[in-house]
Design a protein around this ligand. Structure first.
Ligand SMILES: Cc1cc2nc3c(=O)[nH]c(=O)nc-3n(C[C@H](O)[C@H](O)[C@H](O)COP(=O)(O)O)c2cc1C
Length: 192
């Protein structure tokens, strides 16, 4: 079974580190992380072509590559830095473009977990997690929390950048591991 991590940050920083932390609990699964900063995604301009042609986006900018990876995954961990209390514009753009995947319900029954990291405590991590989980629910995905022992809405972390290093709070790292563990548990249940 395959788990895809999507790093919604504009750089390879604390969000990426937290996805990697969650992946530590997913040994034995095929894993891949993509960073949206490696793509330049256009907005969905509601041309509705995907609605008419069976779910293919006519904008050729690398989106179809991401869509294909999402289709092939059994679980997706979506991570975003908190930007003004919500997800990054780039991640929201991916969410909007993923309308193509709703034409045939390609993401239905895939497992989804969320990661949010901000520079401050109470900086909007919970709202950011809710935005990610709402996207997953609208696709008919199976949403998971970080479950026990931390058990809230996913991984919620605070990161501080010191030169080129990122210091991530212990709670954030712990919730990342709990999320990875929960994804493993649910995938194993599905395998049975
Ligand atoms: C435009 C912008 C808006 C931000 N807004 C918030 C915010 O509302 N709350 C918060 O805690 N941190 C905020 N931050 C800080 C980032 O969420 C934080 O530095 C995060 O760790 C960056 O993740 P990355 O290292 O994966 O890029 C903001 C940063 C930027 C650039």
């Amino acid at each position: 079974m395959k788990v895809l991590g999507i790093n919604g940050s504009h750089r390879k920083g604390s969000t990426l580190l937290l996805i990697e932390e969650a992946f530590k609990e997913l040994e034995g699964f095929e894993t891949e992380i993509i960073s949206l900063s490696d793509y330049v995604l256009e907005y969905c301009k509601i041309c509705n072509a995907c609605k008419r042609n069976g779910g293919i986006c006519i904008v050729k900018d690398g989106y179809e590559e991401i869509a294909q990876k999402m289709k092939e995954a059994d679980a997706i961990i979506v991570g975003s830095p908190v930007y003004f209390g919500s997800v990054t514009g780039m991640l929201k753009t991916l969410f909007d473009r993923s309308r193509t995947l709703r034409v045939n319900w390609d993401l239905k029954d895939k497992v989804c977990g969320a990661i949010a990291v901000g520079a401050t405590k109470h900086g909007g991590q919970e709202h950011t997690l809710q935005v990610i989980l709402s996207w997953a629910l609208i696709h008919g995905m199976i949403v998971v929390s970080d479950s026990d022992p931390t058990s809230h809405f996913g991984c919620a972390a605070v990161a501080k950048q010191v030169d080129d290093e990122f210091e991530i709070d212990e709670w954030g790292l712990k919730t990342a591991r709990s999320l990875g563990k929960r994804i493993r548990e649910v995938l194993e249940l599905m395998k049975k």
